[in-house]
Unconditional design. Structure first.
Ligand code: ANZ
Ligand code: ZN
Length: 854
């Protein structure tokens, strides 16, 4: 009766009303908030931390969220206690720049952004555990980001050093290498410059090998693993020392060390090149020509070590000795050598390294071939013929004294041994990975919890000054030395003060350096006057540990609870953008390695499974404001409902490949849902749901659909799952059998995709009456009968005397005489049986029929 009344009122599915209604009920009944302590089958389903701007979510964000949510709802129906938390990553340059652009203070803006973000997320109806929200700018959160910094500092993994840093003159801040795209600032596209500044770093390089080796064990998309591997860039080779001659400095036994992967080419070294930012130059140890000093000044003004910067160089005025040939070779300075890789210096082998070759040609340096391409052995190697490009492959050595005729591989071992005995070379591994630059001279981030105290330094010096390390134990400011004192944990958080002038200064100092109220403080050790560090931390640090915080988000006095973490971590399924393949995922892994080593957590790897989603484009192009093709989900939700939009987004293509949003498509999904509503509500009105009739064809389709949807969701192939649900609906319409056993399955399978819609159907037509709200998401995911999944047809193989003569697609379960009839009807078989007598017939049901003839 109630159902009929409902139907009368709701001939049409009233989207907005119903979506709001169930969102309210879900939240009130805590349907999606597992009991984190008692849960029996915990499943941590996580979507990458969003960093929304005040403009709100665009449909691309929703795309990613929806896929993750479908997966979580599916796991829940499979009986897991799914925890799907949500929060926002609101600190950092991204938010600050936006605040600057629209002229609002980030502290105020963040409140607006947050409100808008959460209300939009509520409207899309994801199964979030709302009471575990976190925001990175909340002191309750960044207190623990600062705590994390302190743990790294105490473990000797945080230190200060002067480094050539990328400096964006427009954002007025230091950028990490990763934030520089082809020499330009990732955020604002300005040319990046180089500056030497004292900065805080994390020693991620210490973990390079472990980070690399673990990759193999991870269930991650292969592409992402490769990206990480390349980023770490492990390279095995040797360090070789070249003695400097003629240096005007008094130090006569000065060596320049190079890193090479091709020590087999050492007899072909005709010059050395050092980076303009090499220590020996910066510290003035190498007495170089004035012309060379001018050169260094010009390149420093340009961008740091950039591959796309034109290669240039200058002769330093100095020479070195090639340890293999004893020849005197010139030392050059050039921007094609990176200060921060290997040793910051290279041996130039123009005949076998293309970059060296181009450099040698430009500056007319000698080219000496020492490797013979073994495939071109027969060719006469006339050294008078000018080579046109470097031969970079391996081969047989020539012009290399006692090493002639060895292969490159043999020569590498022997030459290394030979030079190692003279203490001029050693085996060496280099990583392209650099230490993580943590400090930012900006406002909108967690202040680094460090205090500098001059009194404490003096006290320390009196005791024992022999092994004090700059950048670890003490720091120098304007010629004075200060002890580096970590803020005691009990004094956290170091609150970010509200300051009017939060604009970056561009002086290499944070805006907090203008606030004496902030930086003047008492030393926690000696209680005398001291001052605070005024840099804030990189926003990547905020997001490198948030997943540890979620399950403990409501705890005040610890960053995370060990017991709860044991139950909920590592994350079971992590979905996010491929653009974070390298940095965010690498930093999170590093932080977990460290916390594991320090005994704070029980695992090394934070994300058991990671899948990258594709990108949503619009009308064939990337969404951007200038193109005017940015899609705002709000309008669509209003017009069609969140469920329609969700399904439409998921139907656009395979989730890992993204799709093209076009207005036209959404109507198809809308019609599909309307048809489903009509079918089920009419069946209910006509009391057909109680029908127990079974239809074998429909039975098969049903089981096939369950199998397909189950497997597709597991593999994030949401588009094909939806397609098979569409087919199933068609079959239901065709067979007109409306029994509960067919309709219920439809609603359950569709529920992860169209949650409000299916909840409404479930509550109105299927739920058992009970006082407590029984969500459709507390129902069991349907299972299938694998016998019924098989196709109902098969390919009958027809043989004559044991040779296959035809194959015909036929229905299953044929008798021998039926199969025979079919075979005799085939013109091909008729041909082979012509004028023959059948002596015997063999038949295997659902497989083969074979005729033996005379
Ligand atoms: C001599 C040589 C001869 C090299 C040859 C290559 C081929 P990966 O594989 O990336 O580790 N190199 C070393 N340090 C460098 C730096 N700071 N800046 C620019 N280039 C640097 O590359 C290692 C090779 O890159 C090294 O081996 C060195 O050039 C160069 F036929 O040394 B090779
Ligand atoms: Zn002190």
């Amino acid at each position: 009766m109630i159902n009929i009344l409902f139907f009368m009122k709701n001939k049409e599915y009233q989207i907005e009303k119903i979506e709001k209604k169930y969102q309210r009920i879900w939240e009130k009944e805590k349907v999606f908030e597992p009991d984190l302590k008692k849960a029996k089958k915990p499943f941590f389903n996580l979507m990458m931390f969003p960093y929304p701007s005040a403009e709100g979510l665009h449909v691309g964000n929703m795309y990613a969220f929806t896929g993750s949510d479908i997966y979580g709802r599916f796991k829940r129906m499979q009986g897991f206690d799914v925890f799907e938390p949500i929060g926002l990553d609101g600190f950092g340059i991204h938010s600050e720049n936006y605040a600057l652009k629209i002229g609002k203070h980030p502290m105020i803006l963040s409140k607006i952004t947050q409100k808008r973000f959460y209300s939009q997320l509520r409207a899309i109806g994801n199964a979030f555990a709302w009471s575990y929200k976190i925001e990175t700018y909340n002191p309750n959160y960044y207190r623990w980001t600062q705590w994390l910094f302190l743990q790294l500092f105490k473990a000797g993994l945080a230190y200060r050093k002067e480094a050539p840093v990328n400096f964006c003159p427009s954002c007025k801040t230091v950028l990490a290498d990763e934030q520089v795209i082809q020499g330009k600032c990732e955020r604002c596209d300005s040319q990046v410059e180089v500056k030497f500044l004292k900065q805080w770093f994390f020693k991620i390089t210490k973990y390079a090998e472990r980070i690399l080796n673990n990759l193999e064990k991870l269930d991650w998309s292969e592409k992402v693993k490769i990206a990480q591997k390349n980023w770490i860039g492990k390279s095995e080779g040797a360090k070789v020392k070249f003695q400097v001659v003629d240096n005007l400095a008094e130090n006569s036994s000065l060596f320049i060390e190079v890193f090479t992967t091709r020590i087999d080419t050492i007899f072909g070294v005709t010059y050395l090149v050092i980076s303009p930012f090499h220590e020996l130059i910066r510290k003035g140890v190498l007495k170089i020509f004035r012309e060379a000093r001018d050169y260094i000044e010009t390149v420093s003004k340009k961008i740091k070590e950039e591959s796309n910067q034109e290669k240039s160089g200058v002769f330093s005025g100095l020479y070195a000795i090639n340890p293999a040939t004893q020849e005197k070779i010139p030392i050059w300075i050039s921007n094609y050598v990176l200060a921060s890789y290997g040793t910051g210096a290279i041996m130039g082998v123009p005949a076998h390294d293309q970059r060296d070759f181009e450099f040698a040609q430009k500056y007319d340096l000698p080219i000496k071939e020492v490797i013979q391409n073994s495939e071109l052995k027969s060719q006469n190697s006339n050294s008078k013929v000018k080579i046109e490009k470097a031969y970079e492959g391996e081969g047989i050595l020539k012009n290399s004294a006692q090493f002639n005729n060895l292969t490159s591989k043999e020569a590498r071992e022997k030459i290394l041994k030979w030079l190692a005995e003279k203490n001029l070379a050693e085996k060496s591994v280099s990583y392209h990975l650099r230490d993580w630059l943590i400090s930012r001279q900006r406002y909108w981030g967690p202040p680094l919890p460090i205090i500098y105290c001059h009194h404490c330094f003096e006290a320390l010096k009196k005791k024992d000054s022999s092994n004090l390390r700059e950048g670890v134990d003490y720091e120098i400011f304007e010629g004075e030395k200060y002890r580096i004192v970590p803020v005691p944990e009990k004094d956290l958080p170091v609150r970010l003060p509200y300051i009017e002038n939060f604009k970056p200064l561009g002086s290499g100092k944070s805006p907090l350096a203008q606030e004496s109220k902030f930086y003047k403080t008492k030393c926690p050790v000696c209680h005398k006057e001291a001052f605070r560090e005024t840099d804030v931390s990189d926003t990547f640090l905020d997001s490198a540990w948030y997943f540890l915080r979620y399950p403990s988000a409501r705890l005040k006095n610890v960053p995370f609870d060990k017991k709860i973490n044991h139950k909920w971590l590592p994350v079971d399924m992590y979905i996010g953008g491929a653009e974070h393949s390298v940095l965010h995922l690498l930093y999170s892994r590093f932080i977990c390695f460290v916390l594991k080593d320090l005994g704070f957590i029980h695992f090394e790897e934070p994300f058991k499974k990671f899948r990258a989603h594709g990108l949503l484009i619009s009308q064939g192009a990337k969404m951007s404001k200038s193109r005017g093709n940015v899609i705002n989900p709000d309008e669509y939700i209003k017009k069609y409902g969140a469920d329609t939009l969700r399904m439409y987004l998921m139907f656009l293509g395979p989730f890992d490949q993204g799709g093209d949003f076009r207005d036209e498509g959404i109507m198809g999904i809308s019609r599909f849902l309307k048809r489903a509503w009509k079918l089920i509500s009419e069946a209910a009105a006509n009391k057909k749901i109680g029908n127990k009739e079974t239809k074998p064809e429909l039975e098969r389709i049903k089981n096939r659909t369950i199998k397909k949807v189950t497997e597709d969701i597991e593999n994030l192939k949401f588009n094909t799952a939806i397609a098979s649900l569409m087919e199933y609906l068609k079959a239901l319409e065709k067979y007109q059998v409306f029994g509960k056993k067919y309709l219920e399955v439809f609603v359950l399978l569709l529920a992860p995709f169209a949650p409000h819609f299916c909840e409404a159907l479930w509550q109105n037509f299927f739920a058992k009456k009970s006082k407590k709200f029984q969500s459709v998401f507390s129902q069991k995911w349907p299972s299938y009968d694998s016998h019924l999944v098989e196709k109902d047809s098969f390919t009958l193989i027809i043989q004559v005397n044991g040779r296959v003569r035809d194959r015909i697609e036929v229905g299953k379960g044929l008798s021998q005489s039926e199969a025979q009839k079919i075979a005799f009807n085939s013109p091909k078989i008729q041909k082979w049986l012509q004028n023959k007598k059948i002596i015997k017939t063999f038949y295997i049901q659902n497989k083969i029929i074979n005729f033996l003839t005379n």
